[in-house]
Design a protein around this ligand. Sequence first.
Ligand SMILES: NC(=O)C1=CN([C@@H]2O[C@H](COP(=O)(O)OP(=O)(O)OC[C@H]3O[C@@H](n4cnc5c(N)ncnc54)[C@H](OP(=O)(O)O)[C@@H]3O)[C@@H](O)[C@H]2O)[C@@H](O)CC1
Ligand SMILES: [K+]
Length: 504
Amino acid sequence: MKILSAEQIREADQYTIKYEPIVSSELMERAASKCSEWLRKKYDIHYSYQIFCGVGNNGGDGLAIARQLFQKGFDVKVYQVAFSSKKSPDFILNEKRIQDMDIPYKIIKRPSEFPPIKQQKNIVIDTLFGSGLNRPARGLAADMISYLNQESRHTISIDLPSGLFPEDNSENDMDFVIKARHTLTFELPKLALLFPENGPFVGQWHLLPIGLHPRFISEAETNYHFLTLEEIKPLLQKRKKYTHKGSFGHVKIVAGSRGKMGAAILATKAALRSGAGLVTAHIPGCGLESMQTSTPEAMVEENSGTNILQESSVETTGYSLGIGPGIGKDHSTKNFLRALLKNCKSPAVLDADALNIIAEDESCQKLIPALSILTPHPKEFQRIAGEYKGDLEKLQKQKDLARKLNCIVVLKGAHTSICMPDGRIYFNSTGNPGMATGGSGDVLTGLIAGLLAQGYSPENTALIAVFLHGMAGDYAAAEESVESLIASDLIHQFGKVFRNLIDS
Ligand SMILES: NC(=O)C1=CN([C@@H]2O[C@H](COP(=O)(O)OP(=O)(O)OC[C@H]3O[C@@H](n4cnc5c(N)ncnc54)[C@H](OP(=O)(O)O)[C@@H]3O)[C@@H](O)[C@H]2O)[C@@H](O)CC1
Ligand SMILES: [K+]
């Protein structure tokens, strides 16, 4: 699914009006009815609504939602926050409609007129600003936002939390942005909704399709995508009947050190469960027994080091390498990694301490095979890409790094972003906070290496693996809980994930 800029969404809006065709007030009515349907499904008739409107089309949405809820018998109160006298035509039309229906409607001109916010079974609907915000909120609008953030326990923002810019908030004043519990956004996600730093404002966000013209969307150009099931399913290969283990490649997991063998075991198990034909674990001697006992399906190749990986010759040809989980940063391990990368000619997966080592050694970065997949978490990413101020700058650094190394950079987090060397970025839609747990990244490394071995292109491998990994997390959280989720649970869910994705 594409992520378009506010400018493109405005164009999509105009294109739909012209070519569907539909009058703009009807498009607003459609958007509002999607919202009121969503609300009615979630909250029963005992809930009341306080709807705060600006004077643009976002405010117009608020007025239309108010009328629709009122018509269904809900207790609705509407407030126009008069921060400007320039009302949009569709706002004016909807204002007239609610006035004709005797819906309680007040105009707020100063903070002393802010109404008390009901605390029980009450929802505040925020329609002060949407995608038309063109400067940080100030004056009356800013006061209103602060007041609602302080008083309302349950705010739902329409299209965007008011005060949040759809893309770039680096210059914004975040004290004057609504903190919503839910955000109902139209048709396509906006970039700002995907940034972890905006989580406190956006809450949970939901996409409501409003029928913007499909031709405009399919022709619109963008580097940003939101990765959904529809895009992943066609990428997956079904196993053919006449195949044998040699058809599915050979993974080599290069991982572990004394005290961190768990990382190697998790990555190895994940590679096995990903469907790779054969998996070899290249580990320090101290891990031999634990690996063979816990993971009898894997072969073990002992490194010359007992406690850490140190220089020894490693065959790389014919393998998909997953390098880094639990290897530490000992001087000998650094030398080992350098020699390994020198030797390795096909795309590999680099994670954890492998990334920390290359972060400290620029010359080592040049040895990474083209189209390798790097999977840093934010701290590792910062070490390798440098400091950044906010998530937009972080995204730019991710693009710079992918281009510089000619690699795929998978930046882990809520909505993990996958950046291709040509600058395309995919945000993942699966996963949950329970996955922020030790070993979760090791599982991803094994899964990526396992898919790579089976002949998926590096690009498709990264997309599929991240999506599957998140989906496994969602299944695990549904069966147990977000709190209790541990990394092995993810591997246990791979079977169900594959079955649901490939067979259905
Ligand atoms: N596109 C779609 O598909 C559909 C879009 N729809 C809806 O339309 C919304 C976009 O509407 P929009 O363009 O009218 O802008 P909106 O966010 O209401 O605000 C603009 C007003 O705010 C003002 N203003 C701005 N910043 C300000 C500030 N800091 N402080 C004070 N004032 C400020 C600005 O005035 P000015 O800059 O001229 O002073 C103007 O008056 C979109 O989010 C969605 O909800 C749906 O109805 C149908 C389908
Ligand atoms: K809003």
